[in-house]
Design a protein around this ligand. Structure first.
Ligand SMILES: Cc1cc2nc3c(=O)[nH]c(=O)nc-3n(C[C@H](O)[C@H](O)[C@H](O)COP(=O)(O)OP(=O)(O)OC[C@H]3O[C@@H](n4cnc5c(N)ncnc54)[C@H](O)[C@@H]3O)c2cc1C
Length: 458
């Protein structure tokens, strides 16, 4: 049977379209399962992605006569800036993620769907889901973010997992902890050395934060718990292809961060791109480094939104949007956050950071409100950059606000306060503050459970 024969569209403005394979039909429940009756006839806005951009957009678009459907393939919003702390045993998964449905529970105009989007039918104005069903929209906001990229070497991923999701974080946590466990059992000194060598590829904020925290984990937290190895002998090697780490920061802050890492025992290797990753280790420049744990913190690739739309994209796959964040030729479709490529007035691209995604979400909500009020004039997005922050272990940080640069203790405190402030909910703020206080006072990290199976591939 042809798919068009079995689609059913709900009355009113564009509503939900379901096809034969929909579980709602198969369960005999095809009675508008997710339509808000109150707003059935209103403008339908579909948002894909409940990350920083999509969530901020949904929060900002309130008090107007629209019906919103939020679609995400995960049931939680993730606070990615603290994900490295889950990977390095400082925080539990539940401290950095929250159920989307719960976050939006008070918004009666919002319906949340757990579903994986795999296409957009621009002509038919429908979002396509991987179960074969579709959701129709009047306005579509794509906020599907990005993933890590391996510069054309996807075969490296099983050996060098990146950090983007909770699953990535627990995989990395498991690999780090397993390296020490295997070293404890290994009798061959060379193999033991390879277990006690951890390589981190990429000297941006995530690589720097991972390297500093892993060094502290080995030096402080695990010290004295093993009988056959001295965890203080662990080598943590940070490999960066450029000539300095934290390349987006002022050069003096990059220099500060490198020295702070070296004080923690991290070896910082600059100026060589990685040319091989496998089960034995990593190769960069002329160096062959036997390392049984490799972590990937270099390069991002946008979600396939550009492919879904058949739209032009930059080299990282980000949709080349108009200055008002709409897709060329489709003013009813917006792309925001890490999935979009948009320029600042100075010609530089808006960076892939949480504040940029949030500001874009807020901007699109304001545009839709203006359109509903009859103002359809283009409203260019103006990004305001507040600064760059990175921590180096539990005592140092680098902050670049442009007009002022901070390092050391004051920077660390400011970094901590900013992250606590941006966490969602009092309970999480309290839990994270207590976890950090505990680590600071005792050096002990509580989230040290190895929970995944042996055959994970990252
Ligand atoms: C480890 C790490 C550390 C970071 N640290 C910082 C930091 O310190 N400061 C900072 O400002 N920024 C930081 N960032 C960057 C920041 O997290 C991103 O810029 C921001 O999350 C982008 O927001 P977004 O809404 O575009 O995408 P995201 O927040 O990534 O959200 C995308 C959402 O889309 C959903 N989705 C994706 N594909 C589909 C699909 N096919 N179907 C349905 N749903 C889908 C995802 O499940 C996700 O919920 C960090 C990023 C990482 C990975």
């Amino acid at each position: 049977m042809c798919i068009h024969d079995i689609e059913r569209r709900l009355p009113g403005s564009r509503g939900i379209v379901a096809v034969h394979k929909s579980p709602y039909i198969e369960a005999g429940e095809f009675t508008r399962p997710w339509v808000n009756e109150m707003n059935e006839a209103s403008h339908h806005v579909v948002v894909v992605g409940a990350g920083f951009g999509g969530l901020e957009f949904t929060r900002a678009l309130s008090g107007v006569p629209v019906r919103i459907t939020m679609i995400d393939k995960r049931n939680h919003h993730l606070f990615q800036p603290l994900l490295y702390q889950v990977a390095t045993t400082a925080l539990a998964t539940s401290e950095v993620a929250w159920p989307i449905r719960h976050l939006l529970r008070k918004r009666k105009d919002v319906t949340t769907l757990l579903a994986n989007v795999n296409g957009v039918d621009r002509a038919g104005r429908r979002v396509l889901l991987d179960d074969g069903s579709a959701v129709a929209y009047d306005t579509l906001v794509l906020a599907t973010g990005a993933r890590h990229a391996y510069f054309g070497h996807d075969e490296w991923e099983p050996f060098a997992p990146g950090l983007k999701t909770l699953e990535d974080a627990t995989t990395i946590r498991r690999r780090i902890l397993m390296a020490f466990e295997q070293a404890e059992r290994e009798t061959d000194p060379e193999k033991r050395k390879a277990f006690l060598t951890l390589a981190i590829v990429g000297g941006g904020p995530t690589g720097v934060e991972l390297a500093g925290t892993i060094a502290e984990l080995a030096r402080d937290t695990l010290r004295g718990e093993f009988r056959n190895i001295d965890t203080r002998q662990t080598r943590v090697v940070l490999i960066e292809a450029g000539d300095r780490i934290l390349a987006n920061f002022a050069p003096e802050l990059s220099d500060y961060a490198r020295k702070a890492l070296e004080r923690l025992g991290v070896e910082v290797e600059l100026g060589h791109a990685v040319t091989r990753c496998d089960a034995e280790g990593v190769v960069f420049g002329d160096t062959v480094l036997p390392a049984r744990t490799i972590l990937w913190a270099a390069g991002v690739a946008a979600s396939p939104a550009a492919e879904w739309l058949g739209a032009a994209a930059d080299r990282a796959g980000r949709v080349l949007v108009e200055p008002d964040l709409t897709v060329p030729g489709s003013p009813e479709i917006f792309v925001i956050g890490d999935a979009a490529h948009v320029l600042r007035p100075d010609g530089k691209p808006v960076p892939g950071v949480a504040p940029a995604a949030k500001q874009a979400g807020w901007h699109v909500a304001a545009t839709i409100k203006a359109r509903l009020a009859g103002d359809t004039s283009p409203r260019p997005f103006r990004y305001k950059h507040d600064g760059d922050l990175a921590t180096i272990g539990k005592r140092a940080a680098a902050i670049d606000f442009g007009w002022i640069k901070l390092t050391g203790w004051p920077a660390w405190w400011l970094w901590g306060i900013a992250h606590i402030y941006f966490l969602i909910g009092f309970r999480n703020r309290l839990a994270v503050s207590l976890s950090w206080l505990w680590i600071y006072v005792t050096g002990q990290r509580s989230a040290r459970l190895i929970t995944q199976g042996d055959n994970d591939k990252g």
